[in-house]
Ligand binder design. Structure first.
Ligand code: GAL
Length: 492
């Protein structure tokens, strides 16, 4: 009954927003690519096999298990290091066009630097890439998905500007080894998430709480590293390898409610999405971030802004370093201005309080409400702010508690993809790729194995990590066969 209500609620939300004259085509345009994704630390396991070095997530989970909800780690994860052929067979059986996976930096460069290349590590990624290609699946490579070698963290990690060079050296090894086979590279996954969680809180490794500025410094160096690698690809690899390259950014959506107004929406958008994307698509940090953080830093007595400044040279160098807009999106929030600011108290740099609208269905993580309306708002904002760039969605998905009859996950995908097709057809949003996160249940960072995003189930206590289909596995198979969003099956 409860499930029936969720489906009815979402259906009504979608229908009431689509006006009489909108065209609702549920078939994807020709050429539109649909696939699935994972990340090295979340699935590979084999954490100390064949010379792999220790990375910051190995270190964090081994030494501070209290920061992981179930105290577990990615030592074995989904065992994909050994089971990659089975993973590829699963992807093929569902019919996905591509598979996005990431490289473990310390598997390739065990001590972090490019003076020692681990050929066995490289070989693993070559094998995976070749297996995908042999099965007609496009490989998409994320060069960095949060797991840099521990030695680099001991040297300051993303707060040390030398990371820019170390990252470029590492990326060069990847382009040399995989570039002939891979035509889409993502330099870096979700800067605002790992910088915010890892350098301003203990939510993610390395868990450094750095004077409310570690996250700003981390993004500053990350953007320089991304741009350096983009230019390196452009100058040295593109003409021969003929690929495309960008970064992917996490952007929240929002609901329009009584408290929302255009200024509030823009402020929230710039502090969340614009922080990373504005320097790349427009140039420099968004004005509102520069102004507010400088003003609050001054009130706090700092002789400088906690948001570092780019030189004019860096502004120019970072601007334009994207062949597409990489977007990761999960959910939306109600936005409210922090009421304390009326009395001159600035608690939050963004000035925005975000809350989950619990009248929407919520998944197994408290932040995960099913709110497709916010997704549409976000895609129209990206269209308007950045001159309608080609958007490649690299993550979108739903967490539950691992049910095999995962009706809620199907409801999520059904409603988000319906929204997506609506903005493509009716609002001229230039979205060309969609990625379902994730292929299979895996290690969900600070939540360990307590929540599940997979389209395929993994027995995460069985030493063999057996895979089992869910209801959404067959739902996705039908989507891929017809290239049309399917109805949510009726539960029995
Ligand atoms: C993203 C992250 C993924 C995955 C997902 C689900 O932020 O890139 O690795 O964990 O969230 O929460």
């Amino acid at each position: 009954m409860e499930r029936y209500m969720v489906i009815v609620t979402i259906f009504c939300m979608v229908i009431t927003r689509i006006s009489c004259c909108d065209i609702v085509k549920l078939t994807f345009p020709s050429g539109f690519k649909i696939g699935t994704a994972s990340a090295a630390y979340q699935v590979e396991g084999a954490w100390n096999v064949s010379d792999k070095g220790e990375n910051i997530w190995d270190h964090w989970t081994h030494n501070y298990p209290e920061y992981i909800r179930d105290g577990r780690n990615g030592d074995v994860a989904c065992n994909s290091y050994y089971k990659y052929k089975e993973d590829v067979a699963l992807i093929k059986s569902i019919g996905f066009d591509f598979y996005r996976f990431s490289i473990s930096w310390s598997r390739v460069l065990p001590n972090g630097f490019a003076n020692e290349i681990n050929e066995e590590g490289i070989q693993y990624y070559k094998n995976l890439t070749e297996e995908l290609l042999a099965n007609g699946i496009e490989p998409i490579v994320t060069i960095y998905h949060w797991d840099h070698p521990m030695i680099l963290e001991e040297l300051g990690g993303w707060t040390n500007e030398l990371m820019v060079e170390w990252f470029a050296d590492y990326a060069r090894v990847i382009f040399d080894a995989l570039g002939p086979l891979v035509k889409t590279f993502i330099t870096i996954n979700e800067p605002s998430v790992y910088c915010g969680n890892g350098y301003n809180t203990t939510r993610h490794s390395p868990g450094k709480v750095l004077e409310n500025m570690g996250h700003y410094i981390c993004i500053h160096n990350t953007l320089k590293a991304h741009a350096t690698v983009y230019h390196m690809y452009d100058d040295e690899y593109r003409s021969e390898q003929q690929g495309q390259i960008s970064l992917t950014t996490q952007c929240d959506g929002w609901y329009l409610n009584d408290d929302s107004n255009a200024t509030l929406v823009d402020q929230a958008f710039q502090f969340n999405c614009g922080w990373v994307v504005h320097p790349v698509f427009v140039g420099d940090y968004p004005e509102i971030m520069k102004t507010r953080i400088a003003m609050i830093s001054e009130l706090e007595g700092y002789p400088f802004s906690r948001l570092p400044e780019f030189s004019d040279e860096w502004v120019e160098y970072i601007k334009g370093t994207a062949d597409f807009f990489g977007l990761n999106h999960y959910t939306s929030y109600i936005l409210t201005a922090d009421p304390d600011e009326e009395s001159g108290i600035y608690n939050i740099d963004s000035g925005i309080i975000k809350s989950v609208n619990t009248s929407y269905p919520v998944g197994s993580l408290a932040w995960m409400s099913i709110a497709p309306e916010g997704f549409g708002n976000l895609l129209r904002m990206i269209r308007d702010q950045y001159d309608n760039p080609p958007v490649q969605i690299f993550e979108n998905g739903y967490c539950d508690l691992g049910e095999l009859d995962d009706y809620d996950r199907i409801t999520y995908y059904n409603s988000y993809m319906t929204e997506l097709l609506s903005v493509i057809n009716n609002d001229n949003c230039n979205v060309v790729r969609y990625t379902a996160w994730s292929l299979m249940d895996n290690f969900e960072w600070s939540d360990g194995y307590t929540v599940n995003f997979g389209i395929v189930s993994v027995n995460l206590t069985d030493p063999d990590r057996a895979r089992t289909s869910k209801l959404s596995t067959s739902w996705w198979r039908s989507v891929m066969e017809t290239r049309t969003v399917q109805d949510v099956p009726t539960s029995v």
